[in-house]
Design a binder for this molecule. Structure first.
Ligand SMILES: O=C1C[C@@H](O)[C@H](O)[C@@H](O)C1=O
Ligand SMILES: [Co+2]
Length: 297
C-alpha cells in the first residue's frame, strides 16, 4: 500500500500519561514510555508532560531509542485573548519543535473549549460567532507565517468540545484560511465521535492534510457518554477511545486513500485511555500489528 519511506509511523504518549489528567499513568516514567514505544515498533512520538524539559536530555533519550519528535500540541486562544499572547507562546513552542527536528506544529483553538470542563460533551460545545471565525482565521494565517519562518507548517487540530469539531466547521475553517499557511490535522477518533464520516472529510481535504492521528472509538461507550451527559475527560476515563483495530472505525479505506494520494508525513497512534485498564505496551502492540496488516507499513 504505502510506498517505502513515504509515511512515518509514531505513537503519542497519551496512552501512558495524560497531560489533562496527570493522575492517569502517574507511575509511568518517561523512559518506560519511550522504551515501550520503540519496543512496539514505532519510530516517532509527540511530546508529553513527563518528557524532559532539557532539550539535550530529550534528544539523547530519543536518539538512544532511534525515535524522533513528530510534533507537539499547542493551545491557541485566538478567539478570546489578544493575538500577542498566543504569538509569544507560539514562538517559544515553534523554536523548541524546530530544534527537535519536527516539521509540523499541532494547533488547537481552545477559546471557549469545553474539553476540560465538567459539562456534557455532546451538548455544550461552543459555536463561534462570525467575529470569532474572523479572529481565528486571521490569527491562524499569522501563525502559519511564523511557522514558515522556520520552514515549518501549522496543522490545525479539529477537536470534540471546541468551536471546530464538525465537518461543517472544518469545511468553513479551510475555506476562510489561506491554504498555503494553514494545513489540517486529520484525527479519525474526533471525527467519528462527532458523528462524521472520517473518510468523507479525508477525501475532501486531502491536499491540506499534513499530519494524522489514528484514534479508534468504542461505539457502545460513546453512546453511553452521550446518553448520560458525560464530560470529555470522564468519557476518556470510561474508555470511549481506544487504539486502531480495537474499536468501531474501519481504517482500511482510510489507509488506502492516504496511500493513493501519496501522503507523506506522520501517522501517529493516539489513543487516550486509562493505563490502569488498558496496558499501554499491549495497546501499542495491538495497534502496530493492526497497522501492519491493514496499511502494510
Ligand atoms: O491530539 C490530541 C491531544 C490531546 O491532548 C487531546 O485531548 C486528544 O483528544 C487529541 O486528539
Ligand atoms: Co489528536
Amino acid at each position: 500500500m504505502f510506498k517505502d519511506q513515504t509515511v512515518k509511523l509514531g505513537i503519542c504518549p497519551i496512552g501512558w500519561t495524560n497531560d489533562d489528567m496527570p493522575e492517569l499513568g502517574s507511575w509511568n516514567t518517561f523512559e518506560q514510555c519511550v522504551s515501550e514505544m520503540a519496543l512496539a515498533g514505532y519510530e516517532g512520538t509527540e511530546v508529553g508532560n513527563k518528557y524532559p524539559k532539557d532539550r539535550q536530555e530529550l534528544k539523547k533519550a530519543l536518539e538512544l531509542r532511534q525515535m524522533q519528535i513528530a510534533s507537539a500540541w499547542f493551545s491557541s486562544f485566538l478567539t478570546t485573548l489578544p493575538f500577542k499572547e498566543t504569538e509569544e507562546a507560539f514562538i517559544k513552542h515553534r523554536d523548541f519543535l524546530y530544534e527537535m527536528g519536527a516539521k509540523v506544529i499541532v494547533v488547537s483553538e481552545q477559546g471557549r473549549s469545553i474539553q476540560k470542563e465538567d459539562v456534557p460533551l455532546f451538548e455544550a460545545k461552543p459555536h463561534f460567532t462570525e467575529e470569532e471565525w474572523e479572529l481565528l482565521a486571521e490569527g491562524l494565517n499569522l501563525l502559519g507565517e511564523l511557522a514558515h519562518e522556520k520552514g515549518m507548517e501549522i496543522v490545525f487540530h479539529h477537536h470534540m468540545g471546541t468551536g471546530v469539531q464538525t465537518k461543517e466547521e472544518i469545511d468553513k475553517l479551510m475555506n476562510i484560511t489561506d491554504e498555503d499557511k494553514v494545513s489540517l490535522l486529520f484525527d479519525t477518533g474526533h471525527l467519528y465521535l462527532s458523528g462524521e464520516d472520517p473518510l468523507e472529510v479525508l477525501k475532501l481535504h486531502l491536499p491540506r492534510i499534513k499530519h494524522v492521528h489514528l484514534k479508534d472509538v468504542r461505539g457502545d461507550v460513546a453512546a453511553q457518554v452521550r446518553q448520560q451527559k458525560t464530560a470529555f475527560l470522564d468519557g476518556v476515563k470510561e474508555g470511549m477511545f481506544t487504539v486502531p483495530g480495537n474499536g468501531d472505525i474501519e481504517f482500511g479505506p482510510i489507509f488506502e486513500t492516504l496511500a493513493n494520494f501519496d501522503y507523506r508525513g506522520w501517522v501517529l497512534v493516539e489513543a487516550e485511555q486509562d493505563p490502569a485498564k488498558a496496558n499501554p505496551l499491549e495497546q501499542a502492540i495491538i495497534a502496530r500489528n493492526y497497522i501492519r496488516e491493514t496499511a502494510k507499513i
